[in-house]
Design a protein around this ligand. Structure first.
Ligand SMILES: [Zn+2]
Length: 425
């Protein structure tokens, strides 16, 4: 009993020192940016190259081997003595949105490096290589397609992506060459799933649940699927002073009833729905709106529930438009299915939380993550870390060093448990 408690305290002190280092490193990495005013680290940019270099330096400091793959993901390895052993991958992404916070993605990579460093320091013998990855493009800011780094690893790289262009007309293929990579070799970033034991990602929650629960970390059960649409409502423009009310086909009035129906759908079904964009034409103070376009983002951890909500909503919208003499049409612009996290990972993380004295709790992710790309490729698990007010994708993104320490302790225990080795003192 005494030994167990001592072990617990030793780990806690070590993980707190490491957590302090992680917080400093997040500050350092925030400097790898395209702007001196804010954080902006997009795929294949100078800031991406700079971040990879900094990360490779820290990987070497942790006595691990480092390399960059064919699409610009950066890797570190704490090697098993068995060179033929499979690899267990831990990490997240290093790219950012424009005017980003300093922890989204980064935290998961730095925790992986600290874990490797801790295991290396104690010469822990693992039955697998521990590979830490910093994915190159999760956010999709520069070329519009998301999860490029993790999809490349999972063999889901699409050759058509090479022709995507950024806002300056530079193609992905040109940007790759400029970065020093060979576009014809991009598919080489794929690793054979037979050689991979699983993937673990630690990420800030990006929502307020853990803070509401007063807990530092939570096990992720599912990553919600999302479908996105653009709706187009056609009515008839006319003079606001001459067309009587009973003869109007006001597209904006129709849209407003459709948007209220979106809220009603969230109350009837277990979904999250957001209309974040709307435009109206002709858009004059004295003209009846003739055309309205608006977006819809619909999410649920269960695809069936999401799709039932959608079909109810479509019927309701058609009804609202018909009775106002409006046409309604839509284009689906994005669709990703929900992904369940691997049950063994959930069990390992829950047991590690219990051993670390943290109340076991779980939650679904409403946001997409690199772990989604691992679906069908390798068993994937996720751990969320509490962030202040659920704010992310913003400079105000904030986390606590104590929570980082807990996260490190939990993943250390989970990985040791998976490897069936004692947690070193
Ligand atoms: Zn992220």
């Amino acid at each position: 009993m005494l030994v167990a408690r001592k072990n617990k305290e030793v780990i806690k002190t070590q993980s707190l020192d490491a957590a302090v280092r992680i917080m400093h490193r997040c500050d350092t990495l925030a400097q790898a940016s395209l702007s001196s005013e804010h954080i902006e680290r997009t795929y294949l940019s100078n800031a991406h190259a700079q971040a990879n270099k900094i990360i490779e330096g820290w990987i070497s400091e942790a006595q691990m081997q480092s390399w960059q793959d064919a699409v610009g993901n950066v890797w570190g390895r704490y090697a098993s003595e068995d060179v033929e052993a499979p690899a267990l991958i831990i990490g997240s992404h290093l790219d950012s949105v424009v005017n980003a916070g300093r922890y989204d993605g980064i935290l998961g990579v730095l925790l992986g490096i600290e874990l490797g460093s801790f295991l290396a320091k104690h010469r822990v013998k693992l039955p697998f290589h521990l590979d830490v990855v910093g994915f190159c493009d999760e956010e999709g800011v520069r070329f519009g397609a998301t999860l490029l780094g993790s999809k490349a690893l999972a063999g889901k790289w699409q050759p058509a992506w090479m022709d995507l262009t950024d806002e300056n007309g530079v193609s992905l293929s040109e940007a790759m060459t400029e970065f020093g990579l060979d576009p014809s070799k991009a598919i080489d970033a794929k690793r054979d799933p037979e050689t991979i034991r699983g993937f673990l990602e630690v990420h800030i929650e990006q929502g307020p649940l853990l803070e509401k629960r007063g807990l530092p970390v939570g096990v992720v059960t599912d990553i919600a699927g999302a479908r996105r649409f653009e709706f187009i409502i056609e009515g008839k423009a006319g003079h606001s002073g001459t067309v009587p009310m009973f003869l109007r086909n006001d597209a904006l009035l129709g849209a407003s009833f459709c948007i209220q129906a979106v809220e009603e759908a969230t109350k009837r079904f277990d979904v999250l729905a957001t209309v974040g964009q709307i435009s109206c034409e002709p858009g004059a103070v004295n003209v009846i709106p003739g055309n309205v376009n608006f977006s819809l983002d619909l999410r649920s951890a269960k695809d069936g529930v999401r799709d039932r909500a959608l079909s109810w909503l479509m019927n309701k919208m058609r009804f609202e438009c018909q009775r106002r003499g409006l046409n309604i049409d839509y284009i689906e612009i994005h669709s990703a299915d929900a992904v369940a996290c691997d049950s063994e990972w959930q069990r390992l993380l829950e047991s590690a939380m219990r051993d670390s004295g943290v109340e076991v709790n779980s939650l679904a992710s409403g946001a997409g993550h690199d772990a989604m790309a691992m679906s069908g490729y390798t068993p994937m698990g996720m751990l969320f870390v509490r962030c202040a007010e659920g704010i992310s994708h913003h400079p105000a993104e904030s986390i606590m060093v104590e929570d980082v320490s807990v996260a490190l302790e939990v993943i250390t225990r989970a990985i040791c448990d998976k490897a069936k080795v004692e947690v070193p003192r």
